[in-house]
Structures are given as C-alpha cells and as structure tokens.
Design a protein around this ligand. Structure first.
Ligand code: AMP
Ligand code: GLY
Length: 429
C-alpha cells in the first residue's frame, strides 16, 4: 500500500462533514484536520480555528503539519484562488485553480462557454448595464424569465420573474440595490425552463471526467416546493429520473464537452464539477455549474461510494483519473436537513441539541453536522440555519426515505424545523 498521508479539509458544513467521514474511512489517512470545521467534524478529527479565506495561514498550517493532501470543500476560497496559493508553495491540494473555478464563479463565463461549445443550456443574454437589461426585458423578453447575478451569492442570486414588473424589480435588486453585493456587477437573463432537476457530481482532471451517481436537491424551504430558496433542505440519491439514456446523453453532450472546453480555453479543471441539470422536454440542459461537491448532495452521494476517496483525489491531481472506475452501492440514500425554524430568514442560534447517541453503531445511518458548535459548557448547540443532515441508506429510495424520516425523531432541539416530503418524487414514478 502507498504511504499514509495527513489530510486537511477546508470548510465547516455538512458537505465537509461527509467528506471528512469519507476521508477518515480511507486506510491512506493518517492525521486528519479540518479548518474551521464544526462540532460534528470535531468528533472525527482536530478542528483548526483558521477561516476558509485565510489562504496564507492555511498554507502555513499545511506546511507545519506536513499535510499531504488539502481538500477544499467550499466555493468562495476556490473562486478566490486558494489552490494557486497552495500550489505556489508546492503543497498538494484538491480543487480547481482560480482560472477554472470561474466555471462556478461567473455565470456569464459559464453561459458563454456553453454557447461556444454547443453544450445544451437555456437561451440567454449577459448584461453589465441595468439600462440595457431593462430595455431587453421591455422589448424582447418572454415571461416567465430568469434573472441571475453573475457572481457567487450563496445559491440565492437567482430570481424567477413571472412578468415584466417583477423582472424590472429584479434588475433593480441585483444591479442597482446590489442585493447580492458585487455578484450583481453583471447579470444573466435567461429563458425559463421546465422539468425535473438532477444534480450530478463528477471528478474531473483535464480531459478526463468520471461522473458519480445522481442526486436531487430540494431547494425551497417548505413542503411541496413552496417558500423561499435555501441552500438545500434535503436530497436523495440516485434520482429515478436519471435513466441510463439520460446518462448516456449527458456524458456525450454535456460532461465530456465541458471538460474539453475548459482545456481548450487554457483552463484545465481539476476537482469536482457539479452539474445542475434540468431534464426538459427537449432533453437535458445545464442549469448551472458548481466547482465543488454539493451540499447536501455530498451527504447522500459519498456514503454510497465504494472507492477510496483519497485514491480518487490523488488520481485527479496526478493526471491518472483515466485509470479509475468509480463504483457505487446498488442502494439509495435520503438526507433530511434539520434546520432552525425561520431559516432562511431570521432564526435563533445557540440552542442545545440532544440525541446524538442514537446514531452510535447504527449501520447505514449518519448525522452530518451543518451548523453546530460546542458552547462553553461543552454542549453541542445550533450554530446556523441548516443544523444537521440526517441520512439513511436503504435498499430502495422508499425504504431510505422511511428510515431517514424515523431517524429525524432521534434528534431534538427546541426550534427544529424540517421538510417532511424529501424524496417524495419517488412516489410519482
Ligand atoms: P441556480 O443557482 O442557477 O441552480 O438556480 C437556482 C434554482 O433556480 C435552480 O435550482 C432552479 O430551480 C431555478 N432555475 C435556475 N435557472 C432556471 C431556468 N433557466 N429555468 C427554470 N428554473 C431555473
Ligand atoms: N445543493 C446545491 C449546492 O450545493 O449548491
């Protein structure tokens, strides 16, 4: 066997907890650290109080602790160029460089890339002048229509507008009031598409891409896809709508063309590409790209992966991904997010959580922490809108859904809120 290595994970949410769990499982892992981590991640490794945007401090730490692999979980440090900083110091790091992370960091870039390389996506126009955007809306637009802030906006910079009045207001919010900050320096206006949404995460290395099993997120806060957009209220994997035919189409017309396009543009992509897809009546189309694992997609995809995550990540870095075949268990997983009541708007934090012991030694059940911390008395308390991701595996999606729903009862905190219909799409098939 190859040497053991010390590993550092950058981030502190449910996705990073799932990555940490997966890394801990690898026989290749020696010491494991996470910066900044959270209370749950702290059970698996040592959490280090360095922020994800403190690149030089993180690189100093990696040098001092002889870290053999740093895994960047989050989008902001990737878009900010953390990988370039690590590489300049000769440190091994998993994630795209700044010039490739732009695939997520700029929607205008990704739309232009798809147009140039004929990758199916919604028709669109880019704007950097609110006057021109308004003129377009008044003269040429069809409704409903979709407005997107160009830059990173915590998954919230997308407005679906039913009519001209809503769209005019949207342009004002994004470009004039700067509701999403500098993400709104530019914007994309695109055609509204209908269909099932599917998330496919893939390991990418230059021209080689290896897609993982599919998943579906539930972005709205309330049952029946009502309420405000959130970071994601729950996921299931695989998606029954992602058939072998859809997979074949996407590999040929979306996944491979995307990595090839990035190489042609002089921006080879190494890391995870997250394809947000919509299965429209005209075939699968790209809604968005992300340059990292999804949250909470990672929580249902990684527990089903049979490969050693360290081996796959090293193959991405070493350019040997063509020699890797990904394998997934022939089962299903469901993740239900336990959130703080009021999320994504106003909610209380610092509330004690009970019941973690119920997950101990329970095969096929996981409790991934999204927003938790230990208080002065050592109790685990809530520390965010999304608090925990309760995951269960089952032989079928239906079974996984039933088990996940039971396991949500094992945890209590006074302002616990969750959707009760995660994975219900399954009943419609
Ligand atoms: P995004 O961050 O680009 O994935 O957008 C967030 C959500 O907005 C997506 O998950 C979709 O539900 C919705 N959305 C984005 N673009 C479109 C579109 N062109 N047509 C319909 N819905 C969209
Ligand atoms: N679950 C959607 C995302 O991670 O952006």
């Amino acid at each position: 066997m190859k040497d053991k290595i010390n590993v550092l994970i950058v981030g502190g949410g449910g996705r990073e907890h799932a990555i940490a769990w997966s890394v801990r499982k690898s026989p290749r892992t020696d010491r494991l650290y996470c910066a900044p981590g959270n209370a749950g991640i702290g059970e698996l490794c040592e959490c280090v109080p360095i922020g994800a945007m403190e690149f030089e401090k993180l690189a100093d730490f990696a040098q001092e602790k002889e870290i053999g692999l740093t895994i960047i979980g989050m989008d902001d440090p990737l878009a900010g160029g953390i990988v370039d900083v690590f590489e300049a110091r000769g440190l091994r790091v998993f994630g795209p460089r700044k010039n490739a992370a732009i695939l997520e960091g700029s929607k205008a870039f990704s739309k232009d890339l798809m147009k140039k390389y004929h990758i199916p996506t919604a028709a669109y126009e880019n704007f950097d002048d609110p006057g021109k955007a308004l003129e377009y809306l008044r003269t040429r637009a069809r409704f409903p229509i979709v407005l997107k802030a160009d830059g990173l906006a915590l998954g919230k910079g997308v407005l679906i507008c039913r009519d001209l009045a809503e769209a005019e207001d949207g342009v004002r919010q994004i470009m004039e009031e700067r509701k999403f900050g500098s993400a709104g320096n530019r914007m994309v206006i695109e055609e509204f598409m209908t269909g099932r949404e599917v998330s496919v995460l893939a390991f990418a290395s230059g021209n080689v891409i290896r897609p993982m099993t599919s998943a579906q997120d539930h972005k709205r806060a309330k049952d029946g896809d009502q309420g405000l957009n959130t970071g994601g209220m729950g996921t299931f994997s695989p998606s029954p709508f992602y058939t072998p035919e859809v997979d074949e189409f996407c590999r040929k017309h979306i996944y491979q063309p995307t990595v090839d396009a990035m190489v042609s543009e002089g921006r080879p992509f190494q890391g995870i590409i997250f394809f947000g897809l919509m299965l429209t009546p005209d075939g699968p189309k790209v809604l968005e790209y992300n340059a990292r694992f999804g949250d909470p997609e990672a929580q249902v995809v990684l527990p089903r992966m049979k490969n050693d995550i360290i081996e796959v990540m090293e193959a991405v870095i070493d350019g040997t991904l063509d020699q890797v075949e990904l394998e997934f268990e022939d089962n299903a997983a469901v993740c239900v997010i336990l959130a703080s009541d009021g999320y994504p708007e106003k909610y209380e934090k610092g509330i004690p959580i009970e019941g973690f012991e119920n997950f101990r030694d329970k095969e096929g059940f996981y409790c991934f922490h999204s927003g938790t911390r230990r208080d002065e008395q050592g109790r685990i308390v809530t520390n965010g809108g999304r608090v925990l991701g309760i995951v269960a595996k089952g032989e079928t999606l239906r079974e996984a859904r039933t088990l996940a729903s039971q396991a949500t009862d094992w945890i209590t905190f006074s302002n616990k809120y969750m959707r009760t219909d995660i994975g219900r799409a399954i009943d419609e098939t």
